[in-house]
Design a protein around this ligand. Structure first.
Ligand code: NI
Length: 190
């Protein structure tokens, strides 16, 4: 396992559409090693998710995990998920929520409207097909990661650029209001 360098906004590789992984290549040492590297890199950076284009690999693979995460203390737990060739279908009448997002490739946070009720389909790292229903902030995480595979960064989806802020200023000025917004949407306990 290698902790890879994470590309930053402005690197053209973040803007390319990644290609599907074939079932044959999923079993190769190269792709399995890439998956291990993505997990190691995500954990090293304390991220909630990481997509292959963020380490310069144009394959449709994303990893996600939220344990007790200092960077996202308000996020629901998300067991380690390896999503190969993921697709998202928004549930009809899915509610949306303005989610304050960050990204390991972007030094800012900002508010992005995300669907809170989606169906996801993907292959796990062993090539098994999985179809699941995902709700709440975890649904937002899925949309963020699949966007990476399409060359889209969350900044592209920020409707109000005045919500952009550094992590430090988020903590100081905006974190409390965001947590209240989550509570108002029924996404937090008390
Ligand atoms: Ni990201």
């Amino acid at each position: 396992m290698t902790v890879r360098d994470i590309l930053s906004i402005g690197d053209p590789r973040l803007r390319q559409r990644a290609r599907d992984v074939t079932t044959e290549e999923l079993g190769t040492a190269r792709v399995q090693g890439l998956i291990d590297d993505l997990i190691a890199t995500m954990r090293h950076a304390s991220g909630a998710g990481l997509a292959a284009p963020q380490v310069g690999e144009g394959l449709r693979i994303a990893v996600m995990e939220v344990e007790a995460n200092e960077r996202y203390p308000y996020k629901p737990r998300l067991p380690l998920t390896v999503a190969v060739n993921p697709t998202i279908t928004v549930t009809p009448d899915s509610p949306t929520l303005m989610v304050n997002e960050g990204c390991l490739s972007v030094p800012l946070r900002g508010d992005v409207r995300r669907h809170m009720d989606i169906a996801v389909g993907y292959l796990d790292r062993h090539g098994h097909r999985i179809d699941r229903h995902v709700t709440g902030l975890t649904a937002g995480t899925w949309q963020h990661e699949v966007d990476h595979l399409d060359g889209i960064l969350f900044t592209d989806r920020v409707e109000d650029p005045t919500t952009l802020c550094t992590w430090e200023e988020f903590e100081t000025h905006h974190r409390r209001a965001f947590i209240e917004r989550l509570r108002g949407a029924g996404l937090l306990g008390d």
